[in-house]
Design a protein. Sequence first.
Length: 256
Amino acid sequence: MTVLDRLRAIRRRLVHDVGKRLLRAAGAFQARHSKIPTTPFLGNDTFPWIGRIEADWRVIRAELEPLLRRPEDIPSFHQLSPDQQRISRGDNWKTYAFYVMTHRVDENCAACPATARLLDTLPHLQNAWFSILAPRYHIPPHHGPTRAFVRCHLGLVVPRDREQCWLRVADQIRHWDEGRCLLFDDTYEHEVRNDTDEVRVVLFLDFDRPMDAIGTWFNRVLLRLIRASHYFKDPIRNLALWNRRLRREAQQATFE
C-alpha cells in the first residue's frame, strides 16, 4: 500500500467514524418526532402491509431455494460493504440484494420475479435482501446507523432447533418463525446467534420510519447525505462488479 493509499484509508475511516457518531446523536431527535414507538421490538400491526408479506412467504422461499444451491454465487456482506468486516467474517453471512437504499438491483430482481413484484409494491422500502446465516455463526453486538428506518425480518428458513437460533435487541430475545415477520429498531445494540447445524435465512427489509413533518424533512436530508457517501456507493459498485463477474463466468462456461 502506498502512502497515498494509507492516507485515503485514514480519511475514509475518519469520515466513517464521525458520520456514525453524528447519525447516532441524531437518534434522540428522531425519537421525539417518530409517529410510532421507539421500543426495541414493534408489533406487526405497525405497518398494514406486513400481512401481505407474510401471506407470500412460500412464494418467496421457492425463489430462494435455487440460490441456496449455489452459495458461491452469493457475496458475503463484507464483500459488498467493507465497513461490515467486524461483524461479517468468511462465508458465514451472505446477502442477496434486491434494493440498497432505494436503488433497485434489476439483475437480482429478474432472477426472483415474484419476490421482486411484491417488493415493488411495498411503500417506503429502503433495503431488501436475503440474509443467509451459516450454521454455528455469531454476529457480534453492534448498532445500526440511523433511526430513520424500521427493520423487518421475514423468516424463510429457520433451523428446527429454533431456540438455539435467536436475535437479541437491547435486553429482549426473539426467535424467528417461518412465514412470520419480526420488526425492530436496529439502533439498539443487537446481535444474532445461530448455534445449530442448519442455515438460517430471512428476507431482510428496511422501511422508512413514520415521522411527523419535521422528522420527515430531517430524515430526507439525512438519507441524501448517506447516499452521497461511501456507505451507499461502495455496496452499489461492489454488487455491480460481482454480478459482472458472474455473467462473464457464465458466458465462458457456455463456450467451453
